[in-house]
Design a binder for this molecule. Structure first.
Ligand SMILES: *Cc1c(COP(=O)(O)O)cnc(C)c1O
Length: 390
């Protein structure tokens, strides 16, 4: 069993899935050793996704807060408006290389489903997305988007009818047609090798940022801040900086209505060690050890587990994890929009909110990079409703 994340990670799945994961692992390591594969991956990142994304100095926000200099890593400027496409491009190229004809994926709010359907369309592959019934009702526009892109969206009506059940369902469907089907997982979660593979395809964020900050500041940053749902945008920013011990890192989870309520998704802050979706990690559970429903205004952070590497990085105290409430995130959403002309995703707004607390406590020589994981156009409607109901 893999132990790159200490006691976290692993493969807690039935025997038949272990076989498929082995095939995937072998193909993945072969692919990333193949210069032709990596060249193709970089080609699509540049010409289809639009990389590199800028590292933008948020001058007005910095001046308003009166402390550390704030930089934004602009993943919101990627095609489809978030970091998720970095991973779907990598995995779909791998699927193609493995001779698979069909990709399947789970989705919660629909962001990963849209990114998957987009890359599947580009490569002319069959695509089926599994989405909880409740999520389908809440995210009608994304369902339509996926269908426009040529994907079939299949309703999952088991359990909570949301993301956690869509993942289980997708794994089950994968097992049924493993020969011609590739399971394209959307975050740095699940059984090995998924967390390692998703990190690999997302670490381009930090690889660019470490160069960009040195060009602009002539030194490494003091802090990195990223929101954590499953943990893929955060690990994508952090990885290249991990060997640099002087760079402090903060992952920001959703505190929802508050850490003292049961309406949150603060897995690393309040969760316990346990198994979910084929991995050993931290999980939000009740006193009987049953996985609890989680809540956040942000659909992308609304996940009861977390990538195993984050559980490990917390354990060894390399990264610290904080939680931000709905209210703090909405305030940050509005403030960044007004001061910088950038409407952040409500997920990313959690990272922005924590930076707004931290920056004024630091002196002006310090620098912070916030991973702006996505753009907020998708959230405008729900923010409007939130503000109306205050
Ligand atoms: C999905 C999503 C997230 C959360 O996923 P991670 O795997 O934790 O990065 C964060 N921000 C945006 C914009 C998303 O779409």
């Amino acid at each position: 069993m893999e132990n790159e994340f200490g006691r976290f990670g692993g493969q807690f799945v039935p025997e038949i899935v272990v076989k498929a994961l082995k095939e995937l692992e072998v193909a993945f390591y072969e692919a990333i050793e193949d210069p032709a594969f990596m060249e193709e991956y970089r080609y699509y990142l540049k010409h289809f996704v639009g990389r590199p994304s800028p590292l933008y100095y948020a001058k007005r926000l910095t001046e308003e807060l009166g402390g550390a200099k704030i930089y934004l890593k602009r993943e919101d400027l990627n095609h489809t408006g978030a970091h998720k496409i970095n991973n779907t491009v990598g995995q779909i190229l791998l699927a193609k290389r493995m001779g698979k004809r069909k990709v399947i994926a789970e989705t919660g709010a629909g962001q990963h489903g849209v990114a998957t359907a987009t890359t599947a369309a580009m490569f002319g592959m069959d695509c089926e997305i599994f989405q909880g019934q409740l999520d389908m009702e809440r995210q009608k526009l994304n369902v339509f988007r996926m269908e426009m892109l040529g994907a079939k969206v299949t309703k999952v009506d088991s359990g909570t009818k949301t993301l956690a059940d869509a993942v289980d369902y997708a794994i089950g469907k994968w097992v049924e047609r493993i020969d011609d089907t590739f399971y394209l997982l959307g975050s740095a979660v699940g059984p090995h090798p998924y967390p390692t593979m998703v990190k690999y395809f997302q670490k381009v964020i930090g690889e660019e940022a470490i160069q960009q900050i040195q060009e602009q500041e002539n030194k490494l940053p003091d802090y990195l801040i990223a929101c954590v749902g499953g943990g893929s945008n955060a690990i994508g920013l952090f990885t290249e900086f991990l060997p640099h011990k002087e760079v402090k890192m903060i992952g920001v989870e959703a505190a929802g209505l508050g850490l003292n309520t049961n309406q949150h998704a603060a897995t690393l802050t309040l969760g316990k060690e346990g198994v979910i979706h084929g991995m050993n990690t931290k999980v939000v559970m009740d006193s009987a050890g049953k996985i609890s429903p989680v809540y956040s205004i942000s659909a992308g952070l609304d996940y009861p587990g977390v990538g195993p590497e984050h559980a490990y990085l917390q354990d060894i105290k390399r990264v610290s994890y904080k939680a931000i409430t709905d209210k703090e995130a909405v305030d940050a959403f509005l403030r960044l929009s007004r001061t910088e002309g950038i409407i952040p995703a409500i997920e990313s707004s959690h990272a922005v909110a924590y930076a707004m607390k931290l920056a004024p406590t630091l002196d002006k020589e310090k620098t912070i990079i916030i991973n702006l994981s996505g753009r907020g156009d998708k959230d405008v409607e729900s923010i409007k409703i939130y503000l109306k109901n205050l």
